[in-house]
Design a protein around this ligand. Structure first.
Ligand SMILES: NC(=O)c1ccc[n+]([C@@H]2O[C@H](COP(=O)([O-])OP(=O)(O)OC[C@H]3O[C@@H](n4cnc5c(N)ncnc54)[C@H](OP(=O)(O)O)[C@@H]3O)[C@@H](O)[C@H]2O)c1
Length: 251
């Protein structure tokens, strides 16, 4: 039997890049996947690559209240998850702080975690009955170093990090863990599209591995935190960034 057989894993932003790779990794470990994204073609492609007839592919826009409530309703009808991977990234405008207004900030600040509050109470109640829960947040190494033009993005990610620390503390005695994975530069379709090649190549070598990471390398870390054997690891923030956190990566 595979380690995650009988476990249901919700992955937000599962249609492409890192979320796609996480869905595949958890499915390979036996989990039933609830994949959430907006692009139907991407979800269809994912469906062709996963095995398990019980998997769910839900077209939901998580950036608004309607979508967040739709997620809750669909979970109520199907099942709440044992594993939650908060990977979605609703893009916000990149602005330097000098150009950022209160309106920009309050519009985008919590957009990537709002859905968690909609589903949290009932998901935790479900997980408590199982004495098992895994919450994994996909943050960013950028939130550790403060990239220019990324203030709102960084604030979103550090907010999720703090939230997960409280989750770890409050729910630990119920067999529920909460951990963060902080990717460095990962070669996903959206990153390749949004960063000019010259810039991408420069960023890719700002670590000791001297290359960009692959989505599967983030998925491997998520799969570890999601595993039944990782129950004694909680409140951790794991950089998966080719050693970018080391001071002398440019040696
Ligand atoms: N790639 C990197 O270098 C890197 C580095 C650090 C951190 N990260 C983090 O890793 C996560 C995944 O990154 P990625 O590069 O794989 O991003 P991506 O390719 O842009 O994927 C994001 C996913 O979110 C979905 N999504 C976007 N808006 C949505 C919405 N409103 N409702 C529902 N789903 C939505 C997208 O699918 P649809 O368009 O179909 O909705 C897609 O499946 C993000 O949280 C990102 O911040 C990435």
């Amino acid at each position: 039997m595979q380690e995650l057989t009988d476990k249901i894993a919700l992955i937000t932003g599962a249609g492409a890049g890192i979320g796609h790779a996480i869905s595949k990794a958890l499915n390979n470990a036996g989990a039933t996947i609830i994949a959430v994204a907006r692009n139907g073609n991407n979800l269809q492609q994912l469906q062709q690559q996963l095995s398990n007839n019980a998997n769910q592919y839900w077209l939901i826009d998580l950036s608004n209240k309607e979508g967040q409530h739709q997620l809750l309703k669909q979970l109520e009808a199907f099942s709440f998850p044992h594993i939650v991977v908060c990977n979605v990234h609703v893009k916000s405008e990149k602005k330097r702080l000098i150009n950022t207004t209160t309106e920009n900030f309050s519009k985008d600040f919590t957009v990537n975690i709002d859905h968690l509050f909609t589903i949290m109470e009932k998901t935790l109640q479900f997980q408590r009955t199982k004495n098992f829960g895994r919450w994994i947040g996909i943050s960013s190494y950028a939130a550790h170093v403060g990239l220019p033009g990324q203030a709102i993005y960084n604030a979103q990610k550090t907010t999720m990090q703090s939230l997960f620390l409280s989750l770890a503390v409050e729910e630990g005695k119920h067999g529920i863990t909460a951990n963060i994975v902080s990717p460095g530069l990962i070669e996903t379709p959206s990153v390749k599209k949004s960063i000019p090649k010259e810039m991408f190549d420069k960023l890719a070598v700002m670590n000791v591995a001297k290359r960009a990471g692959q989505p599967e390398e983030i998925a491997a870390a998520v799969k570890f935190f999601a595993s039944t054997s990782a129950g004694y690891i909680t409140g951790v923030n794991l950089p998966v960034c080719g050693g970018a956190q080391l001071a002398w990566h440019f040696s």
